[in-house]
Design a binder for this molecule. Structure first.
Ligand code: KG4
Ligand code: ZN
Length: 431
């Protein structure tokens, strides 16, 4: 089964194609291609993601990216003709979306002028698209693109929760597009997922609806056709009360005069501090460490950085490189200690048998190292995404769709299963 993944929840326009199959009851996956077009540089001028700009860019980028995906994947299909049964032309499909569609989606609509190639029906079986959480104007572009393709190729569209994408992305052994089949990493239940991104900081308990002990034992995985579905149950057992951890990295980076997105820049400075044996002259708080629950708070930490920056700026308003490096290191240490302590608490409280870490911040070396130590101490496996797919991508969305984590939409009766952007969608709400 070939699944197309579409991701437009924030500032990455991403498309991916994967093939999945069941061999002797075990789910296997082959990455055909995965493309990400980052808008980060454009948003950098605003110091964060600017939603209407993200919407415009997704609208402009999706069609050219789709052309590239199909051309480089070699799965361009047969030319559709007016006599092909049940197949509409692109023009007919766009007209069927109503007179509001062009005005509501100006950039996407215009880009379809150069999308006649979509009339060639490729061998794609289903489309998985992010429905939330994320920026609603940005989400809508991917959703509308998915709806057009679904109608044009007469294939199902599966709505995917972005955070679930980050979870299943960590189950891939490799994102290699060299045509090799791979099994997913084993996940023993209950598992604990720590999701750390620009918009979220969550601890999620994962169990299996099938009551199976291991993800690889779930022979029903992906067999939607036969009515069997693979479902993981999620419950959020801890979350941030204010800023997300990625947001804190980005805000602190801004205070230190570093570009957006700030996480990788803080991480680099902190590494230099470590190599040059620079200690911070300022001690930052470790928020919520003794709160006794599994919640997080990062806004106080950010404010402490603000005060430290004010107190240590020279008369010219500048900070020394040594101060910046030391502070970056101290900030990374404070975040690491806080996340790790809550993770340990969560492992103990649910008796976790696997740790999963996902989301853009999981690219951070210091965090990866610490979480590995924790996993070794508890003698349970740690599943991390390869660093290339720790950020937003469509590979994880395609995989979540192929695992049938969402319910395919009833194309014949769209009102029954409406597909719409859900900016604040939460994991577990659908269970
Ligand atoms: O998951 P993601 O790509 O997008 C969202 O869904 O939010 O996460 C983006 C976040 C940004 O805040 C970025 O600064 C952070 O991930 N990030 C990092 C690192 N790489 C990306 N934070 C800390 N260290 C890194 N190496
Ligand atoms: Zn994300």
């Amino acid at each position: 089964m070939i699944t197309l993944g579409i991701e437009t929840s924030c500032d990455e326009t991403a498309l991916a194609l994967i093939e999945t199959r069941i061999v002797n009851g075990v789910f296997e996956c082959k990455v055909i291609n995965s493309l990400v077009h980052s808008q980060a540089e454009l948003h950098s001028a605003y110091g964060g993601v600017f939603p209407t700009l993200a919407k415009r860019e997704h609208g402009r980028n999706l069609v050219p990216l789709m052309r590239k995906l199909l051309e480089t994947s070699g799965i361009i299909g047969e030319k559709s003709t007016s006599t092909s049964p049940g197949k509409a032309s692109l023009k007919e499909v766009l007209e069927s979306f109503g007179s509001d569609f062009p005005a509501q989606n100006p950039d996407l609509f215009e880009s379809f002028d150069h999308a006649d190639f979509l009339n060639n029906i490729p061998t794609i079986d289903s489309i998985a698209v992010t429905e939330g959480p994320g920026l609603e104007p940005a989400l809508w572009v991917g959703i509308n693109f998915a709806r057009v393709l679904g109608a044009l190729w007469n294939i199902p569209v599966i709505p995917v929760n972005h955070m679930e994408g980050h979870i299943v992305g960590s189950l891939l052994n490799s994102e290699a597009t060299n045509g090799t089949w791979q099994r997913l990493k084993n996940m023993d239940f209950p598992a604990i997922a720590l999701l750390i991104s620009g918009g979220h900081t969550e601890l999620v308990k994962i169990t299996s609806q099938e009551q199976s002990e291991r993800v690889s034992d779930l022979s029903a995985v992906g067999q939607r056709q036969s009515g069997n579905t693979f479902r993981l149950r999620y419950s959020i057992i801890g979350q941030t009360k204010d800023d997300a951890v990625g947001e804190a990295f980005d805000k602190v980076a801004r205070l230190l005069g570093l570009p957006y997105p700030g996480g990788p820049h803080i991480s680099k400075l902190s590494h230099e501090a470590w190599e040059e044996k620079i200690e911070s002259s300022v001690k930052l708080p470790r928020p919520m460490l003794r709160s006794g629950d599994l919640d997080f708070s990062f806004s106080g930490l950010k404010t402490a950085v603000l005060y430290a920056v004010r107190a240590n700026s020279g008369t010219d308003g500048q900070l020394t490189d040594v101060f910046k490096k030391g502070l970056a290191r101290e900030f990374e240490d404070a975040v690491t200690e806080t996340l790790d302590s809550k993770l340990r608490h969560a492992i103990e409280s649910i008796g976790a048998r696997t740790i999963i870490v996902g989301g853009g911040v999981s690219a951070n070396h210091r965090l990866r190292e610490q979480f590995q130590k924790t996993a070794d101490e508890f003698a349970i496996p740690l599943l991390l995404p390869t660093r290339h797919i720790s950020g937003d991508n469509a590979l994880m969305i395609a995989l979540a769709g192929a695992l049938d984590s969402g319910s395919p939409l009833d194309l014949a009766n769209p009102a029954k299963t409406p597909l719409k952007a859900q900016g604040t969608k939460r994991l577990g709400a659908e269970v």
